[in-house]
Design a binder for this molecule. Structure first.
Ligand code: CUA
Length: 357
């Protein structure tokens, strides 16, 4: 039950738009055409073969008692045999040729310096997107401008993941220690679902992301909002303050727990944590945030995230927020990724977690 629930609950809410029926990028359009071409060809062959089979079974079935004479005996038919070996071979060679040609076209990675690059980093179990040199990073939330070609530089920090937004393009592996490239141009605005297409651990099924395609103007507005909105981890210098960018008022009074619960789902937390009140939050890679084995729920815990040099005892909402804003800075090597949260997002998530008492 929990797994089925997770599958239903974790994906971000997006319009159902199954590929290859409605391809949303130029590349996906080409893949879609190839799919339909192959499907139609295969259907024609299928109907022909099955039709002949059924026809022969009916037409030449035994209608009378076994005749006393022996029917004429055949020993092969060279012309027919050559035909049914050659025709399928020609069809397969044709399909192969068309597919390879099209793959070659699709795999052309432009080197034009003006083209936007988006860095894609897979990590158990989330996706981080870095937009060119804007400094903007998002987690599990990919924004794309319509009509502009984008090159994705895809890699991983741990195991092999598979970067795939089916409506927009084919899948590409995210390998640790290597950067793979893929490119496409979104051609319609909308929201689409992306997944991890490579079994990568216990949280694989929850490793999903949302793709929002928007007009170039809207995209620029969004990018600027991200830049000015405090951005992800403004604490590039982690030692500066125990709570990067925390205002004195950020103690929890300003957080919205309902928004926090939505953000928890959006950022993929359910894949790794058990979180009371969040549907599908059944992950076991990270700590169980509910009450278990005499451990109180997270809002009541005397300490959180055991840091290398001790713990945060008597943790306050601000400590929890500092942790969420940049876990690796506080505890190098932690499995908890930097989610690229803004200050307000972290405040909202803390507001939700603090309700767990
Ligand atoms: Cu990452 Cu499956």
């Amino acid at each position: 039950m929990p797994l089925a629930l997770a599958a239903l609950a974790s994906p971000p809410p997006v319009a159902a738009q199954p590929w290859p029926v409605a391809p949303a990028s130029d590349g996906a359009e080409q893949i879609s055409q190839l799919f339909w071409f192959t499907l139609v060809l295969a259907t024609i062959v299928f109907i022909l073969v099955e039709g002949l089979l059924i026809y022969s079974s009916l037409r030449f079935r035994r209608r009378t008692a076994i005749p006393t004479f022996e029917p004429p005996q055949l020993h092969g038919n060279t012309r027919l045999e050559v035909m049914w070996a050659t025709v399928p071979a020609l069809i397969l060679i044709g399909l192969f040729g068309i597919t390879v040609t099209r793959l070659g076209d699709l795999n052309q990675i432009p080197t034009d310096p003006g083209i936007m690059h988006i860095g894609v980093t897979g990590q158990q179990f989330s996706w981080t997107f870095a937009y060119g040199n804007s400094g903007v990073k998002t987690t599990n939330d990919l924004h794309l401008p319509v009509g502009q070609q984008v090159v994705f530089d895809v890699t991983s920090v741990d195991v092999i993941h598979g970067f795939w937004a089916p409506d927009l393009f084919g899948q590409i592996d995210a390998n640790p220690g290597r950067v793979n490239h893929i490119t496409y141009t979104a051609n319609q605005t909308g929201e689409f679902r992306g997944v991890c297409a490579m079994l990568c651990g216990a949280g694989h099924s929850g490793m999903m992301f949302r793709v929002t395609t928007q007009s170039p103007a809207d995209f620029q507005t969004w990018l600027q909002q991200q830049q000015s909105g405090g951005g992800p981890s403004p604490a590039a210098a982690p030692g500066a303050s125990p709570v990067p960018g925390a205002s004195p008022a950020a103690g929890g009074g300003t957080g919205d727990p309902t928004m926090g619960a939505m953000l928890i789902v959006q950022h993929g937390c359910p894949a790794c944590h058990i979180i009371p009140g969040i549907p599908g939050a059944t992950g076991t890679t990270g700590p169980d945030l509910g009450s278990h084995d005499n451990v109180p729920p997270v809002g009541q815990r005397p300490m959180i995230a055991t840091y290398p040099n001790g713990t945060v005892p008597n943790h306050s909402p601000n400590d929890l927020k500092a942790w969420l804003l940049n876990p690796p800075a506080l505890k190098p090597g932690t499995l908890m990724p930097d989610l690229g949260l803004t200050d307000q997002e972290a405040t909202n998530i803390v507001a939700y977690l603090e309700t767990l008492k």
